[in-house]
Every structure is written in structure tokens, then in C-alpha cells.
Design a protein around this ligand. Structure first.
Ligand SMILES: [Mg+2]
Length: 429
């Protein structure tokens, strides 16, 4: 017994580390089904347009083989009768913050890992709740269900990794408690690919060396793992053995760790000038989000997906964190020039800014610094916030993403400062 409601309320049960991992089931689709009850019980797929990929599929659609990240075209082929919907991120964010608010009522230590997934550290809350913690976990999931109308699954275990693996076993709409003293017996039998952090490639490498289960990984010689997985190898073994206990990062966990945007092109193209324009546009939008949050970033990354679904990602780290539009655009340009040497048709591009830091740098000692960027960036962000992104164009980027051949062809307000500004379209009253 690891908890009790009677007798002396001290002892190992009260201090035992127990972490609950919560993951909403088919989150985007579930939100859509709450907003449109007529979709309940039907195959529903949320994703981009025809050339995009599946973001979320209901379990009814999954029965036909539809999976996340599958091209929409393929999903349409295998599940033609499904309802296809574009993503509605505003609604998803609203549901997400309500879900994490519920989690925060059970413990102040909540780590947000994605829009629909996170950890609650229930360690030391036994006396507070006055009930076994697996019962508390079950109550939390019930509250998400009854308040938001969406299902969430959970895993309760002695570490974050074990809790996440338990959730994956409990899905959909389930809860699995793994006694920390015995969890390694159950998790050790799982395929090595079931451990978070072991991707498909690492799984193949490990299996080729006879490491096919999580237990094999825990027992493997560290030298071999270092050779196969690099510095991650020994840590992976520690995690697999259940000895590694990363803490639940509360405030830091809530902070956004990266900013990114991706776009799938209407058709595969070798028109690199147009793709470059689109990449610049994405970079500017991501940089504006960074400035709006008063943050700066150390690393700028670019992803290019070719028509054959080969992905090439490049990133560069800077000497100091930045949120400057011009600096971020310069990095993206450089990455783009290095990346497109392959001369193949491009299908999708994405920009990712990571290594997020508080925007603490201050170029002018005598001017209070807001963290919102230079004067020029602030003016541009303000105009775009009021009249739309397309009202201000940085030289070299048109609304459609194509390169502007000559600044003289468009309105030139602000061109001396590095951007052009067509007449602002005032919204009609
Ligand atoms: Mg989920």
C-alpha cells in the first residue's frame, strides 16, 4: 500500500515521487466535435489544404488507417467519407488553457509540453487531496471530460518518462498507474521505440545491435550506447532503467521554447525566388511573435521539404540573442542559400526560432528598453497589427512571397529604412 486515509499521515507514501502525464485524445478533432456536436462519432480529419498533412484525426478516421502527419491527399483516398476541416487554432488555444487551468488546481507544479499535453507533479499532495493519488488522477481526467467535453488519457508513475509511456499504453480515454517500485518490470518489456526520445532511426540502429526492448537498453554497455547514439546514449540507458528523474519544470515549462511556422506550397516548385520570398515572410511573422512576447532567440532554423518528402533542416546559433527583423532575415537568407543547392522541386518550407531568452540586450544605455525590438521593428509591427501583415513589405518580399524586382515599382514609404509600405488599407466602417 502506498497511501492511506487513516492513521499517521507521514511516511514514504506521503513523500513518494508521483508524476501524472496528461494527453488529450485527438485534441483538435475533439474540440471541433464539441463545437459542432453533429460531428460526434463521425470520421473527422483536421489538416491543411489538399497539399498539407493531417494534424489530427478522430478515432473513427484512424480505423481506416488515417494518421497524423499523413498527406491529406492520401487521407482523402483511404477515408473519402470523412469530414475534412481546416485548423482553428484560436479555439484550440482556448481549450488548452482551460485544460491546464484544471491541472493547476490539483498541484501548482504543472509543466506544459505542448498544446494538449503536460505533466502535473502530485508528489506530496496526498494529505492535501486526502485520497489515493491514482484516484486523484482519475478525478482530474474526469473534470477535463465533464468541463470541456473532450477525453484525455493519463499515466501516473515515478518519473516523467514512465508517466508518458503509461499514457501511451492507456490511450484512448484511459489512466494507467505504474507503481514506481515495479514499473521497470512492465516498461522493460516494451519495444525500445516506445521510449520517448528514441526515434525510428535510433530504434533501427539499436535493434541491429540486439537492443530491442527498453530493458535491453537499460542493461546495454554504456560504451556501446555512446558509440551508437553519441552523448545521448548513456542518458537514454539511465532513463530506460528508471533512475533518471527530470523535474517538472513549472514556470520555465510554461514558457514557449520555440516559435515556428510552416507552409506547404500550392504545387511543388523549383521557382526558388518565390520560395525565398515565402521563407522571408514566414521568418518575419515568427520574429514578430517573438517581439510581441518580449523575447529574443539564439538559434534560427530553416526546414525545406522536397517533393519526394526528403526533409533538410539547417540552423545557426548567434553570438547574442536577437529579435531584430533584419538579423533574423539575414540568417534565414543564408540558411536558404545553403539549403537549396540540391535543385529539386520544393514542397514545403518552415522557419523555427529556438533558444528563447528574455530580450535583455539594450543597445542604447539612455533609452528604456521594452524587449519589443528596434523602433523600426516596433513601427512595422504596430502597422501590421492594425492593418494586416501585407500592408508593410520588407524589400525583397511581395504579398505572394515573390521577390520585388525593383523598389520603384511599389509605394516607397519607408524604403530608405529597408522596407516598403503600400498605402495602408483602412478597414471599411
Ligand atoms: Mg494528444
Amino acid at each position: 500500500m502506498w497511501c492511506s486515509n487513516s492513521g499517521k499521515k507521514t511516511g514514504p507514501a506521503y513523500s513518494q515521487r508521483l508524476i501524472l502525464h496528461v494527453d488529450a485524445d485527438a485534441f483538435f478533432v475533439s474540440v471541433e466535435q464539441v463545437l459542432r456536436p453533429e460531428l460526434a462519432g463521425r470520421p473527422v480529419i483536421v489538416g491543411g489544404e489538399d497539399r498539407g498533412v493531417v494534424s489530427s484525426a478522430s478515432y473513427e478516421a484512424r480505423r481506416f488507417g488515417v494518421r497524423s502527419a499523413m498527406p491529406i491527399v492520401h487521407a482523402r483516398r483511404i477515408c473519402p467519407h470523412a469530414v475534412f476541416l481546416p485548423p482553428n487554432f484560436e479555439a484550440y488555444k482556448a481549450f488548452s488553457s482551460r485544460m491546464f487551468a484544471i491541472m493547476g488546481r490539483y498541484s501548482p507544479a504543472v509543466e506544459v509540453t505542448s498544446i494538449d499535453e503536460g505533466y502535473v507533479d502530485l508528489t506530496g499532495t496526498l494529505r492535501l487531496h486526502g485520497a489515493p493519488l491514482w484516484e486523484v488522477a482519475s478525478r482530474l481526467l474526469d473534470e477535463i471530460r465533464s468541463t470541456l467535453g473532450i477525453n484525455a488519457s493519463g499515466g501516473l508513475a515515478g518519473s516523467k518518462t514512465a508517466a508518458k509511456m503509461a499514457t501511451n499504453l492507456a490511450k484512448p480515454n484511459g489512466l494507467l498507474y505504474l507503481d514506481p517500485a515495479r514499473s521497470h518490470l512492465m516498461l522493460g518489456r516494451l519495444p525500445v521505440g516506445a521510449m520517448p526520445g528514441i526515434g525510428e532511426k535510433a530504434q533501427h540502429v539499436l535493434e541491429a545491435h540486439g537492443i530491442s526492448t527498453v530493458g535491453d537498453l537499460a542493461a546495454a554497455p554504456l560504451q556501446l550506447l555512446r558509440r551508437l547514439l553519441g552523448r545521448w546514449g548513456p542518458k537514454a540507458a539511465e532513463i530506460a532503467s528508471g533512475k533518471y528523474g527530470s523535474p517538472v519544470f513549472c514556470d520555465e515549462g510554461r514558457a514557449q521554447k520555440s516559435y515556428s511556422m510552416e507552409r506547404t506550397l500550392d504545387r511543388d516548385t523549383t521557382d526558388y525566388a518565390a520560395v525565398r520570398g515565402l521563407v522571408r515572410k514566414l521568418a518575419e511573422k515568427v520574429a514578430a511573435k517573438l517581439r510581441a512576447d518580449g523575447k529574443a532567440a539564439w538559434t534560427i532554423g530553416l526546414k525545406v521539404r522536397y517533393a519526394d518528402f526528403t526533409d533538410v533542416s539547417r540552423s545557426m546559433s548567434l553570438r547574442r540573442a536577437t529579435n531584430s527583423n533584419l538579423e533574423i532575415l539575414a540568417c534565414v537568407e543564408e540558411l536558404f542559400n545553403k539549403t537549396i543547392s540540391r535543385r529539386s522541386p520544393i514542397r514545403q518550407v518552415g522557419v523555427r526560432i529556438s533558444g528563447i531568452d528574455e530580450a535583455l540586450f539594450q543597445d542604447d544605455l539612455f533609452r528604456p528598453y521594452s524587449g519589443k525590438g528596434s523602433d523600426l521593428d516596433q513601427v512595422r509591427d504596430m502597422i501590421r497589427g492594425k492593418f494586416g501583415f501585407e500592408t508593410v513589405r520588407v524589400s525583397g518580399c511581395t504579398a505572394s512571397g515573390a521577390v520585388i524586382p525593383s523598389p520603384s515599382k511599389g509605394p516607397l514609404l519607408g524604403s530608405r529604412l529597408g522596407f516598403t509600405c503600400p498605402e495602408a488599407k483602412r478597414p471599411r466602417a
